[in-house]
Design a protein. Structure first.
Length: 197
């Protein structure tokens, strides 16, 4: 459980940074809109593609690097037909098998397939020529890192689910904001009524 706690804390720290980056993204978006309309009204170009690309980069980072924490807080979209009808032990089995047979292969495929893509970008030191030569190769490097972080969080989830199925994991309320979970970092995530497992 200590390993799971460390992984949760690590992805939680990244999520806190992504929260602040979301604010930066919103401010960049507001700046882009204001300068576009004000510049159009006075006939002067006030903005530029650099700020639009930076806003896109910020979104990319938030979307990719916060994925592990979203998994931790069960924030991903779940198409639920049977799951909600299951007891806590049944839900734990579904989550465990889904992580092992779907999440891990997905992360492995995404990681391995993205490496040649990233390697080519670094070989050419790919930049955005329309946005002040902002580096693209650095941003593309985040793709395999994101898959690795998601898989790492999957490891944490497996540890907690196995402990829960063995009856040795304490129950935990649903996690709160990024970086401020309402339960202990190493505790298993609650998927319903406490004590049902």
């Amino acid at each position: 459980m200590r390993v799971a706690g460390f992984i949760d804390a690590f992805n939680g720290a990244i999520a806190v940074v992504m929260q602040w980056l979301t604010l930066v993204m919103v401010l960049l978006g507001a700046y882009n809109v204001i300068t576009r309309y004000v510049g159009r009204a006075i006939g002067v170009s006030l903005g530029g593609s650099v700020y639009t690309v930076l806003q896109t980069y910020a979104f990319d980072l938030v979307f990719l690097l916060a994925a592990g924490w979203v998994l931790r807080t069960e924030g991903h979209v779940r198409v639920d037909i049977v799951y909600s009808r299951l007891r806590e032990r049944g839900k734990a089995w579904v989550d465990l098998l889904g992580t092992v047979f779907f999440l891990f292969p997905f992360c492995f495929m995404g990681f391995t397939l993205s490496l040649p893509y990233v390697r080519r970008s670094w070989q050419h030191l790919e930049v955005n020529v329309n946005a002040g030569n902002l580096p693209i190769y650095v941003m593309k490097t985040v793709i395999p890192i994101a898959f690795a972080l998601l898989a790492l969080q999957g490891v944490s989830q497996v540890i907690k689910l196995v402990a829960k199925l063995r009856g040795v994991a304490p129950t935990e309320p649903p996690a709160g904001r990024a970086g401020t979970p309402s339960g202990g970092a190493g505790e298993a995530p609650s998927t319903g009524t406490a004590g049902a497992a």
